[in-house]
Design a protein around this ligand. Structure first.
Ligand code: SF4
Length: 427
């Protein structure tokens, strides 16, 4: 057995993934005492690795990133490798991008890829490393063997109650993940691919346990992570409002009337067909937010059907009207430049945006990214015409539209450029 240090290549985007992994290590008596460093930036990673090696430790450096950040993180890895190379250091990449693209991730320089959920894998990996066992035997890891991709089958999917939602012993908190996986199959989304095409819910008792913990540690805002807020407790497309109410009423009891309970808003959202008089009345009774984030995506029924969203544009309009009627400000997400979108589809989306903002909604604009692991992964990047950009900027200038849609148009092109380089084996 050799001492081991864990270093997270820690950054703002994706930091909650590290908090979850930290919780997984803290909550296992076999790895509770492992030193964990949160190293922000390449210089910090190098310094932490040198310090650990100087103490005679092996070092596991964990990286996690989304697809748009892959190229930058690959550069950062190379910076670290230039500064310190040692056979006692293992660099592992995890998250949705690495899972979908293990081979190019490994070719970019990482020693291992963690495919799928990280909680069990990270425990197995640190124990194998510490005990001098073969790392390639760990379920879910991928590696290159003489240039060929090899990988182990992923471990069984976990139940959320088995693991804490964050790393309390290291003071690393975040939203409580209440549901993982998604039964919907929106063709642009990485969630079903990565986390499974069914819902796994954290129990109300477990959520309340962590809410009580946060209250005891002085937190005043309570947020939840879920792919679709009103799906809590159900296994189907039909919401289980009794389950949602049991969750919200229970947490409200724990946090009292003054602390803020956020639901159906950042960092999660509500599907439009789940916005009903009954669901809004329930939310109004328990939650603090009066803004709801509604997934709309397109004003074209043709594009919505091709994306397998499972609702039409009339459903989005109904949801917005109901939100306003019940005193909520709807913030509607749109995805511009979806595959197959033609001029009449774009016009339908812009006209729908206009009608929604007239009713009092805000529009959150995104540009389509052909993300690895999704059915649309080979599609062209989302692109906007100059007149469309002008109309969107006009909405933005009136405070009716916000979001990273302009930057994402650039990101989408870069993502596809990286894909072309990989297919020519330049990466
Ligand atoms: S976009 Fe939302 S509803 Fe659709 S598959 Fe992804 S998480 Fe599920």
């Amino acid at each position: 057995m050799q001492p081991l240090s864990v270093i997270w290549a820690y950054r703002r985007t994706g930091k909650f993934a590290f908090h979850v992994l930290t919780g997984a290590l803290e909550s296992d008596p076999r790895c509770r005492e492992l030193p964990i460093e949160f190293a922000n930036g390449t210089a910090a990673v190098v310094a932490a690795a040198k310090h650990a090696l100087a103490r005679g430790h092996k070092v596991l450096v964990g990286w996690s990133f989304y697809s748009p950040d892959f190229a930058q993180l690959a550069e950062e890895l190379q910076e670290v490798l230039k500064a310190i190379r040692d056979e006692r250091i293992v660099h592992i990449a995890g998250g949705v991008h690495a899972t979908a693209e293990p081979e190019s991730t490994l070719r970019a320089g990482w020693d291992l890829v963690a495919c799928g959920e990280g909680e069990r894998l990270i425990r197995d990996l640190v124990l194998a490393m510490r005990d001098g066992q073969e790392l390639h035997s760990v379920p879910g890891v991928a590696w290159l063997d003489h240039g060929q991709l090899r990988r182990n089958a992923r471990a069984e999917r976990l139940t959320l109650d088995e693991f804490p939602p964050f790393g309390p012993a290291h003071g690393r908190h975040g939203p409580i993940e209440i549901t993982r996986g998604c039964i919907y199959a929106c063709r642009f989304c990485q969630t079903p691919y990565f986390a499974g095409a069914n819902f796994r819910h954290r129990s109300v008792a477990n959520i309340r346990h962590w809410a009580q913990y946060l209250v005891a540690h002085g937190f005043r805002d309570f947020r939840f992570l879920t792919p679709t807020s009103m799906s809590y407790g159900t296994q189907t497309a039909e919401p289980d409002l009794a389950a949602v109410e049991a969750l919200l009423a229970g947490v409200r009891e724990d946090i009292g009337p003054e602390r803020k309970l956020w639901f159906g808003t950042f960092p999660s959202e509500v599907r439009p067909e789940h916005v009903t008089p009954a669901s809004l009345q329930l939310l109004k009774k328990w939650v603090s937010n009066r803004a709801l984030i509604v997934g709309g995506q397109s004003g074209s029924d043709r594009v919505l059907a091709a994306s397998e969203r499972g609702h039409d544009s009339a459903c989005i309009e109904r949801a917005v009207a109901l939100c306003v009627e019940h005193g909520f400000v709807p913030h509607v997400d749109f995805l511009l430049g979806l595959p197959g979108e033609e001029a009449p589809d774009v016009e339908a989306t812009l006209q729908l945006m206009d009608r929604l903002v007239e009713r009092g909604a805000k529009v959150h604009g995104h540009t389509f990214l052909p993300l690895p692991g999704t059915p649309f992964r080979k599609a062209a990047p989302g692109a906007l015409t100059a007149p469309v950009r002008t109309r969107l900027r006009n909405l933005a200038s009136k405070g009716q539209l916000y979001g990273q849609w302009e930057q994402q148009e650039v990101t989408a092109r870069e993502l596809v450029r990286g894909r072309a380089l990989k297919s020519h084996k330049i990466l």
